[in-house]
Design a protein around this ligand. Structure first.
Ligand code: PEP
Length: 258
């Protein structure tokens, strides 16, 4: 079964509201000449404070070529959780996807596998789709534990989720040593790890879910790397950080995935 590729831009903690609107409008202008059916799924993930205005810019444009993601959410619906934003609330702001388990969230904000699993369940229960990040540190890679570490992250994230919901979800394999460093993971190696992840999904949720789930590569993806990455059997797209902050470089990555 052909899997629709996804190119997702993680804007991290960048861009004020006006800049976010400017960026998404510039991106939609770049994508204007391309037929929607030819495009991969294109997703952008602004900061929480920009979600609503970016949604409005997308709706005003009416082209339907870009989808919206939040970079995080909390799994409780509401309550005394100062500083958190629930899945229901990001849905209310108009998102389609929520990124969870990004290595920066795990590293700086103590996000655990258990929390990521609860978030994935809350996201799916609200008819949104999770983009579940996983990846190894350089130390883990050098110690030869990349595969076992990622397998345990994926098993924990998907625990108790139905095969149908797993099939709709998205995973992003992001070797931590490749994020924001300019060092892209060799595309054969990225493909090998992603195929391994697909096998883990098969053992957790069955063959149909493993065939359907989209698994992205992330880590210093650039316009120059995307074609080679997309040519690999198991890489279904990219989660892009730095290169998503400029409409022209992100649009080049989108075109490279067509
Ligand atoms: C990311 O933020 O998920 C990421 C992969 O960043 P970069 O593309 O800058 O390495």
């Amino acid at each position: 079964m052909a899997r629709k590729p996804i190119i997702a831009g993680n804007w991290k903690m960048h861009k004020f509201q006006a800049e976010s609107v400017e960026l998404v409008n510039a991106l939609m202008a770049e994508l204007k000449p391309i037929e929607k059916t030819e495009l991969p799924e294109v997703v952008v993930a602004p900061v929480f404070t920009s979600l609503h205005v970016v949604r409005k810019a997308m709706d005003d444009c009416g082209c339907g070529k870009v989808k919206l993601a939040a970079q995080n959410c909390y799994y409780e619906a509401q309550g005394a959780y100062t500083g958190e934003v629930s899945t229901e609330m990001v849905k209310d702001a108009g998102v389609d996807y929520v990124i969870i388990g990004h290595s920066e969230r795990r590293q700086y904000f103590g996000e655990t596998d258990e929390m990521i699993n609860k978030k994935a369940k809350a996201i799916l229960a609200n008819d949104l789709l999770p983009i579940i990040c996983c990846g190894e540190t350089l130390e883990q890679r050098e110690a030869g534990v990349t595969d076992s570490h990622i397998e345990s992250q994926i098993r924990a994230a998907l625990d108790g989720i139905s095969a149908d919901d797993v099939a709709k979800s998205v995973i992003a394999y992001e070797p931590i040593w490749a994020i924001g460093t300019g060092k892209t993971c060799d595309s054969d190696e990225a493909n090998r790890v992603i195929a391994m992840i697909r096998n883990v999904v098969k053992s957790v949720a069955g063959e149909a879910a493993a065939d359907a789930i989209r698994i992205l590569y992330g880590g210093s993806v650039k316009p120059e790397t995307i074609e080679e990455q997309m040519a690999k059997s198991d890489i279904d797209g990219a989660l892009v950080g730095g290169a998503s902050l400029k409409a022209d470089s992100f649009a080049k990555i989108v075109r490279g995935a067509m």
